[in-house]
Design a protein around this ligand. Structure first.
Ligand code: UD1
Ligand code: CA
Length: 484
């Protein structure tokens, strides 16, 4: 096995009964990521190699999800078939870590709020001791393991609430359930852990008493309760998500981003924002999205896996997915940029315009009610209102190519495959089925017919018909019509 200074074990086998869910607890999402993502990310940040996730309930699903979210990471999975306690869970990872010497970080899959700073403090505190762990002082310690110290203040043991005496239950310092220990010590100590306790479980916390017996007692590092709280039900899940969102919002505001309403703004972890970006309320930025300096994202817009340049204006209710938008472009309101959209600088996309697998050159515009799909559009084109690329023949998707400076009149259908050359014009209402050479005008609509006085004649005709209906019997009316 590769030599790295630290490996990690993430405990994620529990079912999470209080979630009352068909989904494993660690797959429930907080701010767009499953709970287990958070501790795994922390372990990877500390360059833990490998990171062994102990799974049980819905193990295959947990594994698939994490592998997809951390491609190429040194993730491993160990199965704990029956949940017989936290020590039993750690032992499930033993074989995966066979031959590994170094430190082992043990994290809980349902603790998403741990900060990198606290993790670094924990790993540094434990360097000279067999075990370091995080402690906390919750307002109500009921249910937690208590940190029992001797008269000199050294940590002697962690005693679970159910096993604790009245005197021990009065201790406010509790075990947060996150450890950093020496691998050799860990496996040796776990051999001695039994189930002679109130819950009949293998307690990982017995490590701490084992460390005291070696004469090198465990080190407790106190953490903020907020950071180490586990998620047990959906109320706590929502509260954790809120904290995650607030942290990200604060981070970006400190980096120079304006948020008109941080509480209603959703930003995924991987998002990157430039200085002087303004996010209006109800904006949602998903996945690896980047917004360049000085851009403004309008109310209710959802931008996923997209790159938006600098000084771009996105007006309200626009939706992007896998799109690239150049500097100073103007998009929306109500624009939809679908995957494969690549817009150069200063492109304008207006209301109810949909683009898909389409590139548009600098300064081109489609301002109203259009569908532009599988298209290559040059620079400075004007695509009129209601233009449709007919890109699908029922079997294949076919390309439309517009040169530079093309003018497409309103309500035009471009039946692909078709090419319109540089500077060409297409008259409004045309159905373009053949290529249009550069500089040409294409028109395909029927010749206009004008019938002078037609409206008057029609109205007069209708007046007679109406009079007949009310005043005369049906047969007579028919006769009259035939005669006229
Ligand atoms: C544990 C600690 C307790 C601490 C508390 C903090 C023990 C014996 N006690 O209590 O001192 O105050 O955490 O929250 O460790 N898990 C498995 N397999 C199992 C059992 C648990 O994977 O067989 C996982 C759970 O999914 C969870 C984590 O281990 O992610 C902690 O388990 P949990 O049952 O919540 O531990 P507690 O009994 O609450
Ligand atoms: Ca718990």
């Amino acid at each position: 096995m590769k030599k790295s200074a630290r490996a990690a074990i993430v405990l994620a086998a529990g079912k999470g009964t209080r979630m009352k869910s068909g989904l494993s607890k660690v797959l429930h999402e907080a701010n767009g990521k499953p709970l287990a993502w958070y501790p795994v990310r922390r372990a990877l940040e500390l360059r833990c190699d490998p990171v062994v996730v102990v799974v049980g309930h819905q193990g295959d699903e947990v594994r698939a999800r994490l592998e997809a979210l951390f491609p190429g990471a040194p993730l491993k999975f160990a199965v704990q078939k029956e949940q017989k306690g936290t020590a039993h869970a750690v032992l499930a990872a033993r074989r995966t870590l066979a031959g590994y010497e170094g430190r082992v970080l043990i994290l809980s899959g349902d603790v998403p709020l741990l900060t990198g700073e606290t993790m670094r403090t924990l790993t540094q505190a434990g360097r000279k001791n067999p075990v370091a762990f995080l402690s906390m002082r919750p307002a109500d310690p009921t249910g937690y393991g208590r940190v029992v110290r001797d008269e000199r203040g050294r940590v002697g043991a962690i005693v679970e609430h159910k096993d604790a005496s009245a005197e021990q239950r009065a201790i406010g310092e509790c075990n947060a359930g996150l450890y950093d220990c020496d691998a050799a010590f860990l496996w040796k100590a776990l051999k001695g852990v039994g189930t002679a306790n109130a819950q009949g479980e293998y307690y990982l916390t017995d490590l701490v008493a084992a460390a005291a017996r070696t004469g090198k007692p465990a080190v407790a590092v106190e953490a903020k309760v907020e950071e180490v709280s586990g998620v047990n039900d959906r109320v706590e899940l929502a509260a954790a998500a809120q904290v995650l969102r607030r942290r990200l919002a604060e981070r970006w505001m400190r980096e120079g981003v304006t948020m008109l309403d941080p509480v209603s703004t959703y930003i995924d972890e991987e998002v990157e924002l430039g200085a002087d970006v303004t996010l209006e309320p109800n904006v949602r930025l998903v996945g690896a999205t980047r917004i360049g300096a000085g851009s403004r994202i309008g109310f209710g817009s959802v931008i996923e896996a997209s790159t938006v340049g600098a000084s771009v204006t996105v007006k309200p209710y626009s939706v992007f997915e896998d799109a690239v938008v150049g500097d100073r472009a103007q998009i929306g309101p109500f624009a939809r940029l679908r995957p494969g959209t690549v817009l150069a600088e200063e492109v304008h996309i207006g209301n109810f315009v949909e683009t898909k697998k389409t590139t548009m050159g600098r300064g081109s515009k489609a301002n109203h009610l259009a569908y532009v799909g599988d298209a290559t559009v040059g620079a400075r084109c004007n695509i009129g209102a209601g233009t449709i690329t007919c890109n699908y023949d029922g079997v294949n998707k076919l390309p439309t190519v517009l040169g530079d400076g093309v003018f497409i009149g309103s309500d035009t259908q471009l039946v692909a495959p078709v090419t319109v050359g540089d500077g060409a014009y297409v008259g409004a209402g045309s159905t373009v089925v053949k290529d249009v050479p550069a500089g040409a005008l294409a028109l395909s609509r029927a010749e206009q017919v004008v019938k002078e006085g037609w409206v008057e004649r029609r109205k007069a005709g209708q007046g007679r018909a109406k009079g007949r209906k009310t005043a005369q019997p049906r047969k007579a009316a028919n006769r009259r019509t035939r005669r006229s």
